[in-house]
Design a protein around this ligand. Structure first.
Ligand SMILES: C[S@@+](CC[C@H](N)C(=O)[O-])C[C@H]1O[C@@H](n2cnc3c(N)ncnc32)[C@H](O)[C@@H]1O
Length: 240
């Protein structure tokens, strides 16, 4: 896999360009995985990006890729929990996280990372979000077990404001970013594992295929939304 979640360099760089600033001395990528977006950010910004992940094997892959692309000097990997970012990084100018914040809970992630961000600094966090109020029952039913914490865009914006951020913009991840290099790779892989001797592997393969089937039939009821947020100068939007 060239990426561990839905995403594309085109979307990453489009969102980066939505931020009304172009220089970020300290960039942290939370839940980087194998670092598709880490490499895109470091390449575009030509500045150091600190990639955080708890999976050492993902960071090993990222280190290999950054060397292949000739930007190893810009990519620094840290095998650690993204919940511990404030204990290890101060005055972050740009906190980036794609398809990963849900691991520690979107509201918790935003509140935790605010502590590490410099006043006037930015957070860009992508989160699976409901896009409509009326959602077909088969889609609701899948996510009742798949991701029961999924919220609407308005609910997530309210969470961001309550945490103390200003909302700068949102961006809906393109549909092709779900398919190209992700679902189109996962689908044949999952099919090949349906007869695997281990029950857990068979179940995971079936669940993956069901997720792809739901995506194909769900139209625009849900999507990955980038929330582009800013920590206000002199504190938070709550005035604390
Ligand atoms: C779905 S992948 C997304 C990876 C990458 N951001 C992308 O979009 O391709 C989520 C990543 O979060 C990492 N992760 C999960 N829990 C974590 C935690 N508490 N702290 C740091 N990384 C974590 C996983 O190891 C995995 O690499």
């Amino acid at each position: 896999m060239e990426k561990l979640g839905p995403g594309s360099d085109a979307d990453t760089l489009h969102v980066l360009a939505m931020i009304p600033r172009d220089s970020f001395p300290l960039v942290v990528d939370a839940g980087s995985g194998i670092g598709r977006q880490t490499l895109a950010l470091a390449g575009r910004l030509q500045t150091a990006v600190h990639a955080i992940d708890t999976a050492a094997k993902h960071l090993d892959s990222l280190n290999r890729y950054s060397a292949q692309f000739g930007i190893a000097h810009l990519v620094h990997t840290h095998c650690m929990d993204m919940a511990d970012i404030p204990a290890n990084f101060r005055d972050v100018d740009l906190l980036w996280s794609e398809c990963a914040a849900y691991h520690i809970g979107f509201p918790n992630a935003l509140a935790t990372w605010l502590l590490a961000i410099r006043p006037g600094g930015y957070a860009v966090v992508s989160e699976l979000s409901w896009l409509r109020d009326e959602v077909p029952e088969h889609v609701r039913a899948y996510f009742r077990s798949g991701y029961p914490d999924m919220r609407t865009v308005d609910e997530n914006l309210s969470i961001a404001r309550t945490a103390g951020y200003e909302v700068i913009a949102t961006h809906l991840l393109s549909k092709s970013a779900w398919v190209d290099g992700y679902y189109d790779k996962l689908e044949p892989l999952a099919h090949s594992l349906l007869q695997h001797p281990e029950k857990a592997v068979r179940a995971f393969a079936a669940q993956t295929l069901e997720g792809i089937r739901i995506f194909d039939s769900a139209e625009d009821n849900y999507g990955y939304v980038f929330y582009v947020l800013r920590k206000p100068e002199g504190g938070t939007a709550k005035g604390t």
